[in-house]
Design a binder for this molecule. Sequence first.
Ligand SMILES: Cc1cc2nc3c(=O)[nH]c(=O)nc-3n(C[C@H](O)[C@H](O)[C@H](O)COP(=O)(O)OP(=O)(O)OC[C@H]3O[C@@H](n4cnc5c(N)ncnc54)[C@H](O)[C@@H]3O)c2cc1C
Length: 306
Amino acid sequence: MLAGAGHANIVALRILARHDIAAEITLVNDGPYAWYTGALPALVRGDVAPEAARIDLLKLTTACGAEFYNAPVSRFSAGQLFLETTRPLAFDILSLALGGVAAQGGVKPILAFLARMAVWQAQNAPRIGILGAGASGVELALALRIRLGGAARIFVAGGELLPGAPPRARTIAAQALERAGIGRGPALPAGLDDVIHAYTPAPEILSAPNLLIAGESHVFGTGDYARMSPPLPRSGAIAVRQGRVLAANIMRLLRGHSLKPFVPPSACLAIMSLDSERALAWYHGSTWHGVLPMRVKRYLDEKWVG
Ligand SMILES: Cc1cc2nc3c(=O)[nH]c(=O)nc-3n(C[C@H](O)[C@H](O)[C@H](O)COP(=O)(O)OP(=O)(O)OC[C@H]3O[C@@H](n4cnc5c(N)ncnc54)[C@H](O)[C@@H]3O)c2cc1C
């Protein structure tokens, strides 16, 4: 039972479909699509259609020989997954990839965020604040400048700009914000029309290194839904890697074998778009920017959405 079409469950589903496992697989998600936040800035800029920023889950599960339920999950208990709109589903193994705790004013669900953006577009000179100066906040601010035009007032607030990125990447991001006329500071000014929370709060649920939820022997928790010790960045790149170990561990659990630990990478390649043509990328201490990183980002985005 795969609950939530988070990255790890999608990766695991694709892998399990290629193996001859004696198990029925069901995916449950609170909507027919898995929206991809990595493509949200392109969606905001108007560079891609919604179809290019989401995975059609009925199509995916059909191709993988799995069943799909479009329903919100409420809780699980003693081999039963409880749904808000229909009868509970029995499971032997459950994997929860329901995403992070929803931040008030956050970008998820993406459909609700797009509806908010339509309101700003209808205003003459909207004043929009973005809380969070990490890659997602900066990327979103730059994308909104393109979508809303020069009259919009856009501000980004957060401690450090791109925490964890090399100094050169932070300088390039600061210059891009300045060129785009985006205000930046430790706090947002008063009198804004809307505030976007561009971060994911830390989850309370704890997963062991083998991705099993603490105290559970058949229930996995991955991605932004569960934290590991020490905590990992809340990113799709980490969740995708967890998906490979999740698939292996589901198969190992079915065969009665011991489970593998998830070993986090020492660093992940980070790529954030600066505009429709250029992106900024960093890995360990190295930084690249321009057309080439954007090509790589487009390739990775298109590959993920399939
Ligand atoms: C603006 C922005 C841009 C980002 N860009 C990037 C990027 O470029 N690269 C990157 O690596 N990370 C990026 N991130 C981080 C990334 O979005 C998350 O870390 C990543 O999506 C991991 O989430 P997940 O796989 O755990 O779950 P999610 O991708 O959030 O998926 C959770 C799924 O579960 C479903 N769901 C939720 N609740 C329920 C319920 N009760 N019942 C049933 N289904 C439910 C949701 O509809 C969704 O399909 C970005 C974040 C933001 C805010």
